[in-house]
Design a protein around this ligand. Structure first.
Ligand code: GSH
Length: 254
């Protein structure tokens, strides 16, 4: 994927999506999946993981990725804002149910996966632990640790949180199976399906031929032994694979 620097992107009209360049970041891959499903084209803009990203901060008021920026859109850097703005911009390809009860259920599942204290957040606490336990943590690791709530106690508690979320997602899919549905909510692709497919990478990366991620990232995401492996239940893995094959498209381009 060809990324434009923030300085150049700012002057361009149209929809822009800031992404962590060169890696399949789960929040970014989810945003890409959402926009692709909706047929919304965008200019990819570069963010560098763990770096200061001063120009991005000056533009959007924060320095993480992804960020969705449109001509009449305040920069949206929270996953739910990105999703809901995408819903508004392309309502003909919905990813949330219209019925409020089902919509609340879908947004709740997305928050368990992508939100603060959710699956991605807790997994990141574990991934930051080896670096943070060094006498002198690398600057990029320390920056992300400070930004994303890392403490020894939070990292210690993360596995139990991941287990609880994985068990719940598995149970929701089991119920869907009983009802002959292939999606978390309802009977069509929804945001929760995209979030799960893209965030599952953090415990079980897609094969190298379809997701050629940097070796350090593959090693990191694959780490954690049996306890982490067990989070990816057969049902959750089958769901991830199905969503990529049917809807998201492979290989990944980042
Ligand atoms: N603000 C986002 C979360 C985005 C996020 O966690 N981004 C991470 C992905 S690992 C990131 O940009 N990391 C690299 C960095 O912070 O430099 C949300 O709440 O949806």
């Amino acid at each position: 994927m060809d990324y434009v620097d923030v300085e150049d992107a700012r002057a361009q009209p149209g929809l822009k999506l800031v992404l962590t360049a060169g890696v399949p970041g789960p929040w970014g891959e989810a945003a890409k999946g959402i926009l692709a499903h909706k047929g919304l084209d965008y200019l990819p803009v570069r963010q560098d993981a763990g770096q200061a990203n001063d120009a991005l901060r000056a533009w959007t008021g924060q320095d993480s990725a992804p960020v969705l920026v449109g001509d009449s859109l305040p920069p949206a850097s929270h996953w739910l804002d990105i999703l809901q703005h995408a819903e508004r911009l392309a309502p003909q390809a919905p990813l949330l149910p219209r019925e409020p009860g089902l919509r609340a259920q879908a947004i709740g599942l997305c928050a368990l996966i992508a939100g603060v204290n959710g699956f991605g957040w807790q997994r990141r606490l574990l991934l930051l632990a080896p670096g943070m336990q060094l006498d002198e943590p690398p600057a990029a690791v320390a920056r992300m640790a400070a930004k994303y709530g890392w403490s020894a106690a939070a990292a210690e508690a993360a596995l139990a949180e991941l287990q609880a979320i994985s068990a719940h997602l598995d149970a929701v899919l089991a119920q869907a199976e009983e009802e002959n549905r292939a999606y978390f909510v309802g009977n069509a692709l929804g945001a929760a399906d995209i979030y799960w497919a893209t965030f599952a990478t953090m415990i079980d990366p897609l094969p190298e031929d379809v997701c050629p991620m940097p070796p350090f990232m593959r090693t990191t995401y694959s780490s954690g032994g049996e306890a982490i492996g067990a989070l990816m239940t057969p049902r959750l893995r089958a769901h991830r694979d199905r969503i990529y094959q049917r809807h998201l498209g492979l290989p990944l381009d980042f």
